[in-house]
Design a protein around this ligand. Structure first.
Ligand SMILES: Cc1cc2nc3c(=O)[nH]c(=O)nc-3n(C[C@H](O)[C@H](O)[C@H](O)COP(=O)(O)O)c2cc1C
Length: 404
């Protein structure tokens, strides 16, 4: 692979501002060290969200599965334990009537003075959906999500009662509903099937991805933005991309950690001892995981620092692709994605709480300094030119050194 030429011109596709997301963990159990748990370890959860707030993150995702804690209740707790961070409620439409979801989200938004965000999950696994009585096939689940989005927005904004007789929902005389704090709550979409693109491009405020090679991600961004433009939108969906960084003081130390981590993560998944929904053997039904596995099969390492071995070890269940390196290398890799148009960057480590603290101290400030430099000078700084990671032989040797 050849070293890219350093060009101080800011790419036209670059996002100018970036916000950071993490995912809130409720107890110390990790893929590295699963611990049997009662569920929520309140002191740990308090420490975790405080670490996110102190570390300068902007949002925290509260994930949802049939066996997880309830994302709404946890989001409400996040709101009360923090002042600034915005809770993102992962919500599967099958679990909650849309007008009730609108009411719950508006309540959360008022309780947090305008910080609520919702991430709509149409469901990537038929078996997981069936656990809560949802037997619709995936295309129909996305059609339902589309109707759901319209109803959320109408419930938040219609000034007078209205009726609705749609494909999935019927009601009469609803409204006006309980309104959000001051403006409609941002709606994000997770998913990468054609149906996810169609609904997200047309209607979502945010469209989210798991970490992919740079060119592939750029192609996907163009695809969702083209759908948005074709739908007549002038404000395009914001782009959220998710990584599981493995960071240490130097690239060499980060690679030692990465090789150790992947062995431990693989052992955890072999034993099937981390969250039953995650242990799906065989080919995953959701396109996001299928793509992650295709990338992992083709290469372990992409671009500056994207490592796919963690995806291979976990059958790409959930966000699993890593960025490996020193804080500088990982920050430079994040900037590569910012240059391709990502403006919401989710980073969550495998050593969850320690990593949240480390990223806040060592990674977020580097990305923010570079963006401040760009804003002030109209040119790129030198971070990406100085920390080349996978564009050098030395780094690539470190990446393959741990191979058994
Ligand atoms: C950033 C992000 C977060 C996600 N969070 C969840 C979650 O909390 N719960 C869940 O069941 N699926 C979650 N997903 C998975 C997908 O949304 C889900 O598999 C999708 O609805 C169907 O996949 P497909 O359209 O890629 O085939 C998330 C996906 C992304 C990209």
């Amino acid at each position: 692979m050849s070293t890219p030429e350093f060009d101080p011109t800011i790419p036209e596709t670059a996002a100018r501002e970036v916000e950071f997301i993490s995912l809130s963990h409720l107890n110390p159990s990790t893929e590295l060290e699963p611990v049997p748990s009662r569920g929520i370890d309140l002191p740990y959860f308090r420490r975790y969200v405080k670490a996110l707030e102190d570390g300068g993150y902007d949002y925290t995702l509260l994930p949802y599965g049939s066996g997880t804690a309830d994302s709404f209740v946890v989001a409400s707790a996040v709101g009360q334990l923090t002042e600034r961070i915005k809770p993102i409620v992962a919500l599967r439409p099958n679990t909650t009537f849309p007008l009730v979801a609108a009411q719950k989200l508006a309540t959360l938004d008022q309780l947090t003075e305008g910080r609520a965000v919702v991430h709509l999950i149409s469901g990537g696994s038929d078996a997981e959906q069936a656990r809560q009585g949802d037997y619709l096939p995936k295309e129909r689940r996305y059609a339902r999500t589309s109707e759901y989005i319209d109803l959320l927005r109408r419930a938040w904004t219609e000034p007078a009662p209205f009726d609705h007789h749609g494909e999935f929902y019927d009601f009469d005389g609803f409204g006006p509903g309980f309104a959000p704090y001051d403006s409609p709550i941002p709606i994000s979409i997770g998913g990468q099937s054609d149906e996810a693109f169609a609904v997200g491009g047309e209607k979502a405020d945010v469209f989210s991805f798991w970490g992919e090679p740079l060119d592939d991600l750029r192609g996907e961004i163009e695809r969702v933005h083209a759908i948005a433009r074709a739908a007549g939108r002038t404000t395009l969906p914001r782009i959220w991309v998710t990584f599981r960084p493995i960071v240490a003081a130097t690239d060499a130390l980060a690679w030692e950690k990465a090789h150790d981590y992947v062995a431990r993560i693989a052992a955890t998944f072999e034993r099937g001892v981390f969250g039953k929904q995650l242990h799906q053997k065989g080919d995953p039904q959701n396109v996001g995981s299928q793509r992650a596995l295709t990338f992992a099969n083709a290469s372990e390492l992409y671009d500056r620092a994207l490592w796919t071995k963690t995806a291979a070890a976990t059958n790409a269940a959930g966000a699993s692709t890593a960025l490996v390196g020193s804080p500088e290398t990982v920050a430079a890799a994040i900037l590569d994605y910012v240059d391709r148009g990502a403006d919401l960057v989710s980073i969550r480590g495998y050593d969850t709480l320690n990593d949240a603290v480390d990223y806040g101290k060592h990674v977020l400030p580097l990305v923010r300094e570079e963006l401040a430099h760009r804003m002030a000078t109209g040119r790129r700084g030198t971070l990406q030119a100085e920390h080349l990671g996978g564009y050098t032989d030395e780094y690539r040797q470190l990446a393959t050194a741990g191979r058994a």
